[in-house]
Design a protein around this ligand. Structure first.
Ligand code: ZN
Length: 330
Protein backbone atom coordinates (compact mmCIF):
# COMPACT_ATOMS: atom_id res chain seq x y z
CA UNK A 1 0.00 0.00 0.00
CA UNK A 2 1.46 3.41 -0.92
CA UNK A 3 2.55 5.47 2.09
CA UNK A 4 0.08 8.22 1.22
CA UNK A 5 -2.88 5.89 1.15
CA UNK A 6 -4.59 5.15 4.43
CA UNK A 7 -7.02 2.24 4.69
CA UNK A 8 -10.14 4.42 4.70
CA UNK A 9 -9.13 5.95 1.36
CA UNK A 10 -9.23 2.60 -0.45
CA UNK A 11 -11.18 3.20 -3.68
CA UNK A 12 -14.76 2.00 -3.70
CA UNK A 13 -16.61 0.58 -6.70
CA UNK A 14 -19.12 2.78 -8.50
CA UNK A 15 -21.31 2.11 -11.51
CA UNK A 16 -22.70 4.29 -14.29
CA UNK A 17 -25.35 3.43 -16.86
CA UNK A 18 -26.25 5.50 -19.90
CA UNK A 19 -29.65 4.13 -20.82
CA UNK A 20 -30.45 5.06 -24.40
CA UNK A 21 -33.05 4.13 -26.94
CA UNK A 22 -30.57 2.10 -28.99
CA UNK A 23 -28.01 0.96 -26.40
CA UNK A 24 -27.29 0.74 -22.70
CA UNK A 25 -23.68 1.65 -21.87
CA UNK A 26 -22.67 0.19 -18.49
CA UNK A 27 -19.39 1.13 -16.80
CA UNK A 28 -17.77 -0.06 -13.59
CA UNK A 29 -15.15 2.27 -12.13
CA UNK A 30 -13.53 3.01 -8.82
CA UNK A 31 -13.68 6.26 -6.91
CA UNK A 32 -10.23 7.19 -8.24
CA UNK A 33 -11.87 7.40 -11.66
CA UNK A 34 -10.29 4.27 -13.11
CA UNK A 35 -12.54 2.37 -15.50
CA UNK A 36 -12.48 -1.32 -14.57
CA UNK A 37 -15.01 -2.81 -17.00
CA UNK A 38 -17.62 -1.68 -19.48
CA UNK A 39 -20.17 -3.14 -21.85
CA UNK A 40 -22.70 -2.04 -24.43
CA UNK A 41 -26.07 -3.75 -24.51
CA UNK A 42 -28.42 -3.28 -27.46
CA UNK A 43 -31.72 -1.89 -26.17
CA UNK A 44 -34.42 -4.49 -26.79
CA UNK A 45 -37.36 -5.29 -24.53
CA UNK A 46 -37.10 -3.91 -20.98
CA UNK A 47 -36.77 -7.23 -19.15
CA UNK A 48 -33.87 -8.66 -21.16
CA UNK A 49 -32.10 -5.30 -21.45
CA UNK A 50 -32.24 -4.54 -17.71
CA UNK A 51 -31.32 -8.11 -16.76
CA UNK A 52 -28.27 -7.95 -19.04
CA UNK A 53 -27.25 -4.67 -17.39
CA UNK A 54 -27.57 -5.97 -13.82
CA UNK A 55 -25.83 -9.24 -14.83
CA UNK A 56 -22.90 -7.17 -16.09
CA UNK A 57 -22.48 -5.42 -12.74
CA UNK A 58 -22.87 -8.68 -10.79
CA UNK A 59 -20.21 -10.32 -12.96
CA UNK A 60 -17.85 -7.34 -13.10
CA UNK A 61 -17.89 -6.88 -9.32
CA UNK A 62 -17.68 -10.62 -8.53
CA UNK A 63 -13.97 -10.64 -7.72
CA UNK A 64 -13.67 -7.01 -6.77
CA UNK A 65 -16.09 -6.45 -3.91
CA UNK A 66 -19.41 -4.70 -3.53
CA UNK A 67 -20.78 -1.95 -5.73
CA UNK A 68 -21.05 1.10 -3.44
CA UNK A 69 -23.19 3.38 -5.63
CA UNK A 70 -24.89 3.34 -9.02
CA UNK A 71 -26.07 6.23 -11.16
CA UNK A 72 -28.31 5.93 -14.20
CA UNK A 73 -28.54 8.48 -17.00
CA UNK A 74 -31.71 7.63 -18.87
CA UNK A 75 -33.88 8.67 -21.77
CA UNK A 76 -37.26 9.79 -20.56
CA UNK A 77 -39.61 11.16 -19.59
CA UNK A 78 -38.78 9.91 -16.09
CA UNK A 79 -40.58 10.01 -12.77
CA UNK A 80 -37.98 11.55 -10.46
CA UNK A 81 -40.06 12.80 -7.54
CA UNK A 82 -39.26 10.51 -4.58
CA UNK A 83 -42.83 10.83 -3.30
CA UNK A 84 -44.42 9.64 -6.57
CA UNK A 85 -45.81 6.10 -6.64
CA UNK A 86 -43.92 5.43 -9.88
CA UNK A 87 -40.65 7.06 -8.73
CA UNK A 88 -37.80 5.66 -10.84
CA UNK A 89 -39.90 4.77 -13.87
CA UNK A 90 -39.69 5.74 -17.51
CA UNK A 91 -43.14 7.20 -18.16
CA UNK A 92 -45.15 7.64 -21.38
CA UNK A 93 -42.29 7.08 -23.80
CA UNK A 94 -43.17 6.36 -27.42
CA UNK A 95 -40.55 3.58 -27.30
CA UNK A 96 -42.65 0.38 -27.49
CA UNK A 97 -42.86 -1.62 -24.25
CA UNK A 98 -40.86 0.81 -22.11
CA UNK A 99 -43.59 3.02 -20.61
CA UNK A 100 -43.86 2.20 -16.92
CA UNK A 101 -40.49 0.41 -16.77
CA UNK A 102 -39.09 1.16 -13.33
CA UNK A 103 -35.31 1.43 -13.47
CA UNK A 104 -34.77 2.09 -9.75
CA UNK A 105 -37.02 -0.83 -8.80
CA UNK A 106 -35.14 -3.22 -11.09
CA UNK A 107 -31.61 -2.27 -10.02
CA UNK A 108 -32.64 -1.93 -6.38
CA UNK A 109 -33.94 -5.50 -6.48
CA UNK A 110 -31.04 -7.03 -8.43
CA UNK A 111 -28.07 -5.02 -7.11
CA UNK A 112 -29.30 -3.66 -3.74
CA UNK A 113 -27.13 -0.55 -4.05
CA UNK A 114 -27.66 3.18 -3.30
CA UNK A 115 -28.74 4.80 -6.57
CA UNK A 116 -29.38 8.08 -8.35
CA UNK A 117 -31.49 8.33 -11.50
CA UNK A 118 -31.41 11.46 -13.67
CA UNK A 119 -32.00 12.44 -17.27
CA UNK A 120 -29.43 11.66 -19.93
CA UNK A 121 -29.08 15.41 -20.57
CA UNK A 122 -28.51 16.34 -16.92
CA UNK A 123 -25.82 13.63 -16.67
CA UNK A 124 -24.15 14.81 -19.88
CA UNK A 125 -24.33 18.29 -18.37
CA UNK A 126 -22.39 17.02 -15.36
CA UNK A 127 -19.82 15.50 -17.76
CA UNK A 128 -19.46 18.94 -19.37
CA UNK A 129 -19.30 20.60 -15.93
CA UNK A 130 -16.36 18.46 -14.85
CA UNK A 131 -14.55 17.72 -18.10
CA UNK A 132 -15.88 19.91 -20.89
CA UNK A 133 -17.35 23.25 -21.88
CA UNK A 134 -19.01 23.81 -18.49
CA UNK A 135 -15.80 23.72 -16.43
CA UNK A 136 -15.68 26.45 -13.82
CA UNK A 137 -19.26 27.56 -14.44
CA UNK A 138 -22.00 27.87 -11.84
CA UNK A 139 -25.05 27.71 -14.10
CA UNK A 140 -25.43 26.53 -17.68
CA UNK A 141 -27.75 24.65 -20.02
CA UNK A 142 -26.77 21.58 -22.01
CA UNK A 143 -28.87 21.07 -25.14
CA UNK A 144 -28.82 18.07 -27.43
CA UNK A 145 -30.47 18.26 -30.84
CA UNK A 146 -30.70 14.78 -32.32
CA UNK A 147 -33.48 12.19 -32.43
CA UNK A 148 -35.21 14.50 -29.95
CA UNK A 149 -34.36 17.79 -28.26
CA UNK A 150 -33.34 17.56 -24.60
CA UNK A 151 -32.11 20.25 -22.24
CA UNK A 152 -30.16 19.59 -19.05
CA UNK A 153 -29.76 22.35 -16.47
CA UNK A 154 -26.77 22.75 -14.16
CA UNK A 155 -27.77 25.36 -11.59
CA UNK A 156 -25.51 26.33 -8.73
CA UNK A 157 -23.03 23.64 -9.76
CA UNK A 158 -25.49 20.74 -9.53
CA UNK A 159 -28.02 19.14 -11.90
CA UNK A 160 -31.43 20.75 -11.52
CA UNK A 161 -34.69 18.97 -10.94
CA UNK A 162 -37.87 20.47 -9.58
CA UNK A 163 -41.16 18.70 -8.99
CA UNK A 164 -39.83 16.56 -11.83
CA UNK A 165 -37.27 17.19 -14.57
CA UNK A 166 -37.90 20.13 -16.94
CA UNK A 167 -38.88 19.42 -20.57
CA UNK A 168 -37.53 22.43 -22.42
CA UNK A 169 -37.43 20.47 -25.69
CA UNK A 170 -41.22 20.75 -25.87
CA UNK A 171 -41.62 24.51 -25.48
CA UNK A 172 -43.75 26.45 -27.96
CA UNK A 173 -42.04 29.00 -30.21
CA UNK A 174 -43.32 31.37 -32.90
CA UNK A 175 -43.14 29.73 -36.31
CA UNK A 176 -40.26 30.88 -38.49
CA UNK A 177 -41.61 33.25 -41.15
CA UNK A 178 -40.72 30.87 -44.00
CA UNK A 179 -41.88 27.72 -42.18
CA UNK A 180 -45.65 28.07 -41.88
CA UNK A 181 -46.81 24.81 -43.49
CA UNK A 182 -44.90 21.96 -41.83
CA UNK A 183 -47.14 20.40 -39.16
CA UNK A 184 -44.32 19.12 -36.93
CA UNK A 185 -43.79 15.56 -35.74
CA UNK A 186 -44.20 15.60 -31.95
CA UNK A 187 -46.85 12.95 -31.19
CA UNK A 188 -48.15 15.11 -28.34
CA UNK A 189 -47.83 18.71 -29.60
CA UNK A 190 -47.18 18.59 -33.33
CA UNK A 191 -45.19 21.79 -33.77
CA UNK A 192 -43.45 22.21 -30.41
CA UNK A 193 -39.69 22.86 -30.61
CA UNK A 194 -38.83 19.15 -30.82
CA UNK A 195 -41.62 18.59 -33.34
CA UNK A 196 -40.17 21.32 -35.57
CA UNK A 197 -36.43 21.07 -35.09
CA UNK A 198 -35.17 17.63 -33.98
CA UNK A 199 -33.28 15.52 -36.53
CA UNK A 200 -36.31 13.42 -37.59
CA UNK A 201 -38.36 16.65 -38.00
CA UNK A 202 -35.75 17.97 -40.43
CA UNK A 203 -35.85 14.66 -42.28
CA UNK A 204 -39.66 14.72 -42.44
CA UNK A 205 -39.76 18.35 -43.65
CA UNK A 206 -37.03 18.15 -46.29
CA UNK A 207 -37.10 14.49 -47.32
CA UNK A 208 -33.51 13.84 -46.36
CA UNK A 209 -31.45 13.51 -43.21
CA UNK A 210 -29.88 16.65 -41.74
CA UNK A 211 -26.36 15.45 -42.58
CA UNK A 212 -27.33 15.20 -46.27
CA UNK A 213 -28.65 18.76 -46.52
CA UNK A 214 -26.23 21.08 -48.38
CA UNK A 215 -24.71 23.91 -46.30
CA UNK A 216 -26.65 26.61 -48.17
CA UNK A 217 -30.01 24.83 -47.88
CA UNK A 218 -32.78 27.04 -46.40
CA UNK A 219 -33.32 24.31 -43.79
CA UNK A 220 -30.38 25.59 -41.76
CA UNK A 221 -31.64 29.14 -41.36
CA UNK A 222 -35.01 27.84 -40.18
CA UNK A 223 -33.29 25.42 -37.81
CA UNK A 224 -31.10 28.21 -36.44
CA UNK A 225 -34.20 30.36 -35.88
CA UNK A 226 -35.81 27.69 -33.69
CA UNK A 227 -32.65 26.89 -31.73
CA UNK A 228 -32.04 30.61 -31.20
CA UNK A 229 -35.62 30.86 -29.92
CA UNK A 230 -34.80 28.14 -27.39
CA UNK A 231 -31.57 29.92 -26.41
CA UNK A 232 -33.42 33.24 -25.97
CA UNK A 233 -36.00 31.60 -23.69
CA UNK A 234 -33.31 29.78 -21.68
CA UNK A 235 -31.45 33.08 -21.35
CA UNK A 236 -34.49 34.89 -19.95
CA UNK A 237 -35.69 32.05 -17.71
CA UNK A 238 -32.44 30.51 -16.42
CA UNK A 239 -29.93 33.32 -17.07
CA UNK A 240 -27.12 30.77 -17.57
CA UNK A 241 -23.42 31.54 -17.86
CA UNK A 242 -23.36 29.54 -21.11
CA UNK A 243 -25.48 27.37 -23.40
CA UNK A 244 -23.83 24.22 -24.73
CA UNK A 245 -25.42 23.03 -27.97
CA UNK A 246 -24.68 19.47 -29.05
CA UNK A 247 -26.23 16.47 -30.79
CA UNK A 248 -26.14 15.19 -34.35
CA UNK A 249 -27.78 18.25 -35.94
CA UNK A 250 -25.03 20.50 -34.51
CA UNK A 251 -22.38 18.45 -36.33
CA UNK A 252 -22.88 21.12 -38.98
CA UNK A 253 -20.41 23.54 -37.38
CA UNK A 254 -21.65 26.50 -39.38
CA UNK A 255 -24.80 26.28 -37.27
CA UNK A 256 -23.09 27.86 -34.27
CA UNK A 257 -22.63 31.22 -36.00
CA UNK A 258 -26.13 31.04 -37.46
CA UNK A 259 -27.65 30.41 -34.02
CA UNK A 260 -25.56 33.19 -32.42
CA UNK A 261 -26.64 35.68 -35.10
CA UNK A 262 -30.31 34.74 -34.79
CA UNK A 263 -30.05 34.84 -30.99
CA UNK A 264 -28.59 38.35 -31.07
CA UNK A 265 -31.54 39.47 -33.20
CA UNK A 266 -34.09 37.86 -30.86
CA UNK A 267 -32.52 39.31 -27.70
CA UNK A 268 -32.80 42.70 -29.42
CA UNK A 269 -30.65 44.61 -26.96
CA UNK A 270 -33.01 44.06 -24.03
CA UNK A 271 -31.33 44.17 -20.60
CA UNK A 272 -27.88 45.73 -20.47
CA UNK A 273 -26.33 42.69 -18.76
CA UNK A 274 -27.71 40.34 -21.40
CA UNK A 275 -26.74 42.77 -24.14
CA UNK A 276 -23.16 42.57 -22.86
CA UNK A 277 -22.95 38.81 -23.38
CA UNK A 278 -20.21 37.81 -25.81
CA UNK A 279 -22.18 35.34 -27.94
CA UNK A 280 -19.10 33.55 -29.32
CA UNK A 281 -18.36 32.23 -25.83
CA UNK A 282 -22.01 31.93 -24.83
CA UNK A 283 -23.34 29.45 -27.39
CA UNK A 284 -20.68 26.78 -27.72
CA UNK A 285 -20.13 23.13 -28.66
CA UNK A 286 -19.74 20.39 -26.03
CA UNK A 287 -16.16 19.23 -25.44
CA UNK A 288 -16.32 16.37 -22.93
CA UNK A 289 -16.56 13.75 -25.67
CA UNK A 290 -19.17 11.21 -26.67
CA UNK A 291 -19.12 9.53 -23.25
CA UNK A 292 -19.99 12.68 -21.28
CA UNK A 293 -23.29 11.08 -20.26
CA UNK A 294 -21.89 7.98 -18.63
CA UNK A 295 -18.90 9.89 -17.23
CA UNK A 296 -21.37 12.32 -15.68
CA UNK A 297 -23.34 9.37 -14.28
CA UNK A 298 -20.17 7.98 -12.67
CA UNK A 299 -19.45 11.40 -11.16
CA UNK A 300 -22.99 11.49 -9.74
CA UNK A 301 -22.41 8.05 -8.17
CA UNK A 302 -19.16 9.40 -6.70
CA UNK A 303 -21.03 12.40 -5.32
CA UNK A 304 -23.63 10.14 -3.73
CA UNK A 305 -20.82 8.56 -1.70
CA UNK A 306 -18.55 11.54 -1.05
CA UNK A 307 -21.00 14.50 -1.07
CA UNK A 308 -18.78 16.34 -3.54
CA UNK A 309 -17.71 16.13 -7.17
CA UNK A 310 -14.52 14.23 -8.02
CA UNK A 311 -11.63 16.64 -8.49
CA UNK A 312 -8.91 14.14 -9.31
CA UNK A 313 -10.33 12.33 -12.34
CA UNK A 314 -8.72 12.97 -15.68
CA UNK A 315 -10.49 13.36 -18.99
CA UNK A 316 -8.87 10.04 -19.87
CA UNK A 317 -11.39 8.52 -17.49
CA UNK A 318 -13.88 8.67 -20.32
CA UNK A 319 -14.78 5.06 -21.14
CA UNK A 320 -14.30 5.51 -24.88
CA UNK A 321 -10.61 6.21 -24.20
CA UNK A 322 -10.30 3.32 -21.80
CA UNK A 323 -8.61 0.05 -22.59
CA UNK A 324 -10.84 -1.75 -20.08
CA UNK A 325 -12.14 -5.02 -21.48
CA UNK A 326 -15.61 -6.37 -21.15
CA UNK A 327 -14.66 -9.40 -19.08
CA UNK A 328 -18.21 -10.58 -18.66
CA UNK A 329 -19.40 -10.83 -22.24
CA UNK A 330 -16.29 -11.95 -24.08
ZN1 ZN B 1 -43.70 18.10 -28.01
Amino acid sequence: MPADRVPNSTPQLIGGIEAGGTKFLCVLADTDGTILAETRIATSDPTSTLEAASDFFLCATANRGRLAALSIASFGPLSLNPTASDHGAIVSTPKPGWSGTNLLEHFGRTLAVPMVLDTDVNCAGVGELLFGSGRGLDTFCYVTVGTGIGVGHIIGGVPHGGANHPEAGHIRLPRASDDQQFAGICPYHGDCLEGLACGPAMHARWGMAAEQLPPDHPAWEIEADYLAGLCANLTYIVRPDRIILGGGVMENRAMYDRVRRALGTKLAGYDATINAIELDGYVVAPSAGASAGVTGALAIAFRLLKRRWPTHWSVGTAPAASAAKDLCHG
